[in-house]
Every structure is written in structure tokens, then in C-alpha cells.
Design a binder for this molecule. Structure first.
Ligand SMILES: NC(=O)c1ccc[n+]([C@@H]2O[C@H](COP(=O)([O-])OP(=O)(O)OC[C@H]3O[C@@H](n4cnc5c(N)ncnc54)[C@H](OP(=O)(O)O)[C@@H]3O)[C@@H](O)[C@H]2O)c1
Length: 402
């Protein structure tokens, strides 16, 4: 590793894989990793961004670099051959699961976006790794099956989504808290469209939707934040991670994104985790847990922050939130259908095939007519995902034709 350590905290050495290293979470993870000598990088993976993966290989010298796209893998291989870097290039989807489950690996950062993260993340879980979960879609889709696998294979699951990481920090460690916790307060900024009229929200452009007021993120999660689908997916994620029923999770809009979520106890205490909206904080927490390491995030000037506002979400303006909350109470099949429909609709919106408003119309249309049987294994989850993607494509075609 080229970067010098700036911290000597006594944490054990870890060999890590970063799934999705070229994305927003991946880049932030490598930033934290570069600050500490205890981490060595076993593998980095990307879909097709071979330029950035090449730079990352030069800096971190992983044993393997995985490119899903074959031609991008070829380009990366050529560049690496011409360099002094000894990294071996693998390609294709199956290589993601191979590196995530390799025996040399201690920790896997699951930071692929969307359903594509499910199989590699499950490979890490089934190999009993410490899994840092940013890829919420995999847990949203597989729900109980995912959590059962964590228990059966002795994996350690640590939440990286800032809200879930905050909740995890506010819950009592190692205790059964079902009798002492009354409520989880899941906070969200409300996104870039929070103050627009319903009409203006429906006409929002991809550029507007991706202009998040507080966080810098990939395009898919940025659109999800604008529609409040991200909060809906997080609602489902919280239900599984913390084993709480939906009626004990409340979504609260907190525009400053200083509080990252809260836990209310039966004695009336509310514990909150605060900090700058910078993903390096939850990433460092997950990497070092239960110790603490420096993340590169500056100290929060609480006096300068001054105000913490809260409001209820505008449910009629952002119907995706209630679709997800409803799915959270309806089994894992419903969440899988909704998640897949959302991925198809967000892609169509970002490619300017449908408007922002038509994105939620698509979700509503899919949830109104989709039929499925509750999945019993990963294969049936993937079948439902594929079914919902086809149905969503048909519904979008009808919307566009009208
Ligand atoms: N960004 C945040 O602040 C944040 C916060 C909380 C949770 N999360 C969650 O973290 C995950 C990643 O988000 P992000 O914002 O980092 O996304 P992103 O910036 O879009 O990065 C996605 C990463 O996944 C790779 N990828 C995309 N499609 C793939 C495929 N089909 N197969 C394999 N790899 C693929 C990308 O490779 P290429 O670069 O080659 O396309 C990239 O490395 C999401 O589930 C998101 O909900 C993100």
C-alpha cells in the first residue's frame, strides 16, 4: 500500500474485499483504508470503470481485480501488464462471488449498487465473513433468508447505511432490547425535492433529482433519495437488521442530516448519533468495530450547526415511501417485486424515458398487478426479481405509449 498510516490504533489486521470499489461508497472505503496500516486489500471489483480500477490497483496493489464487463476486463489487463502492478484480473459475475468468499479474506465491503450485489454479498455471508453492508437492496430482496444465512454461517453483519449504522450505535450492545426499545426513528433529509409542489416534483429532471442537498452519492441512490424510496428501502432494511416490527419504526424528516437516526427507549430516553454527513464515519465504524479509528472526517462544530429541525414526511407528495412501508409488512416477495420495479423505473427515469412522476406510477402499477408466491430460497428471490423487471418494462411501455 502506498499511503502511510496516520493512525496506530490497536485493531487486528484485516484482509478486505471492496465490492463496487469504483462507486461512491467504494472510493470512501478506500480513503479510510489508506489511513491505516492494518488493512490489506485482497480484491477490488467494478462493473466497467476500468480507468478508476486501474488507478486503485496501482495504489492498493490487490491480489485480484474483478471487472464484470469482459471488454473492460481486457482493457484493465492490458494496462496492468504494462505497469509494475502484479494484480491478477478476473472477469464475469461469478468472479465477484469467488473473491467475496475466498478463504484469505476477513472483511467484505458490500458496495455494489442494486440487485447485482445480492449474490456476491450472500457469498461473503455464507463464507462467514465480516460483512459491511452498504448494498441495502440485497437485504431488502432476501430479508429473512439473508438474516437466517448470517446466523447459520456465523457471519458478522455490520450496517454501513448511515441511518442503520447510527441505530446500531444507539442500541444496547449484545442485549435483547425488544422489551426496552419502544421505537426506531429513521431520519432522512427529505431530498432535493422536499419543498417543491406535487406538480413540480412530478416534472423534476434527473439533474434536479441527483442534486442532493447534503450527501454526495451514486445516481441510483440519489434518485431514490429524491423520491423517498431510499427511506422506504431503509425502512425494510431496518426491519430485518434490528428485528423490529414496522409499527415500531417511524420515518422523520430532518433536513440538516446531522442526526443520522435515533432510538427511543421505554423510559422516554431518545439516543441519537450525530456527525457530518460523510460516509467515511460509518465506514470507519464498521471497519474497526468494536474499536474506533480515525476516518478523515472533521470535527462537527455543533454551535455552527445551530439548528436541528424535524418534520413528518409529505406522504402524498412522495408515494414511494408508503409503497415500501406496505411491502415491509407483506413478506419478502413484495419487497423483491418493489425493489426490482424501482431499479427498472429509476433507470428509465435517468435515461429520460419516463418522468419523475411516471416513476412512482410504474411502482404503483407493478404493485397493483404483480402476483408471486413467497420465496423460499435465493433462487426463487431471483426468479421474482426477474419477473418484476419484465412486468415493470411492460408497464413502462404502456405509460410511454399513452
Ligand atoms: N453513496 C452513498 O452515500 C450510500 C449511502 C448509503 C448506502 N449506499 C448504498 O451503497 C450501494 C452503492 O452505492 P453507491 O452510491 O456507492 O453506488 P455507485 O456510486 O453507483 O457505485 C456502484 C458500484 O457498483 C458497481 N456496479 C454497478 N453495477 C454493477 C453490476 N451490475 N455488477 C457489479 N458491479 C456493479 C459500480 O461499478 P462501475 O463504477 O464500473 O459502474 C460501482 O463500483 C447502494 O446499494 C446504495 O444504496 C450508498
Amino acid at each position: 500500500m502506498k499511503n502511510m498510516s496516520i493512525d496506530n490504533t490497536n485493531i487486528p489486521s484485516q484482509s478486505i474485499v471492496v465490492l463496487g470499489s469504483t462507486g461512491s461508497i467504494g472510493v470512501n472505503t478506500l480513503d479510510v483504508v489508506s489511513r491505516h496500516h492494518q488493512f490489506s486489500v485482497f480484491a477490488l471489483t467494478a462493473n466497467n470503470n476500468h480507468e478508476l480500477l486501474f488507478e486503485q490497483c496501482q495504489q492498493f496493489n490487490p491480489v485480484y481485480a474483478v471487472m464484470v464487463d469482459e471488454s473492460a476486463a481486457k482493457a484493465l489487463k492490458e494496462k496492468l501488464l504494462a505497469s509494475s502492478c502484479s494484480t491478477q484480473v478476473l472477469s464475469g459475475k461469478s468472479a465477484l462471488a469467488e473473491v467475496a468468499g475466498a478463504s484469505e479474506v476477513d472483511t467484505v465491503m458490500a458496495a455494489i449498487v442494486g440487485a447485482a450485489g445480492l449474490q456476491p454479498t450472500m457469498s461473503a455471508v455464507k463464507s462467514g465473513k465480516k460483512v459491511l453492508l452498504a448494498n441495502k437492496e440485497s437485504l431488502v430482496m432476501a430479508g429473512r433468508l439473508f438474516m437466517d444465512a448470517v446466523a447459520a454461517f456465523g457471519a458478522q453483519l455490520l450496517p454501513i447505511d448511515s441511518e442503520h449504522n447510527a441505530i446500531f450505535q444507539c442500541l444496547p450492545a449484545g442485549e435483547n432490547y425488544s422489551n426496552s426499545v419502544s421505537k426506531i426513528l429513521l431520519t432522512g433529509s427529505g431530498g432535493p425535492l422536499r419543498n417543491l409542489s406535487l406538480e413540480d416534483i412530478r416534472q423534476a429532471t434527473p439533474e434536479q433529482a441527483c442534486r442532493h442537498p447534503n450527501w454526495s452519492m451514486g445516481r441510483k441512490i440519489s434518485v431514490d433519495s429524491a423520491s423517498l424510496m431510499n427511506k422506504g428501502l431503509e425502512f425494510i432494511e431496518a426491519k430485518w437488521l434490528f428485528d423490529v416490527p414496522p409499527n415500531r419504526i417511524e420515518v422523520v424528516i430532518h433536513p440538516q442530516s446531522i442526526i443520522h437516526s435515533m432510538v427511543e427507549y421505554i423510559d422516554g430516553s431518545i439516543l441519537a448519533q450525530l456527525g457530518h454527513p460523510d460516509m467515511r464515519t460509518p465506514i470507519a465504524h464498521g471497519l474497526a468495530y468494536p474499536a474506533r479509528i480515525a476516518s478523515g472526517v472533521s470535527s462537527l462544530d455543533i454551535v455552527a450547526a445551530a439548528r436541528l429541525d424535524f418534520e413528518a414526511p409529505k406522504r402524498d407528495h412522495f408515494p414511494a415511501l408508503d409503497l415500501a412501508i406496505h411491502a415491509a409488512g407483506s413478506g419478502i416477495g413484495a419487497a423483491t417485486v418493489l425493489n426490482a420495479a424501482n431499479e427498472v423505473a429509476v433507470d428509465a427515469f435517468l435515461n429520460e424515458k419516463i418522468s419523475f412522476g411516471q416513476m412512482t406510477d410504474t411502482l404503483q402499477g407493478v404493485m397493483d398487478c404483480a402476483q408471486w408466491q413467497e420465496p423460499v430460497d435465493l433462487e426463487s428471490v431471483i426468479e421474482i426479481d426477474t419477473y418484476s423487471r419484465h412486468l415493470s418494462g411492460d408497464i413502462i411501455a404502456k405509460i410511454v405509449a399513452n
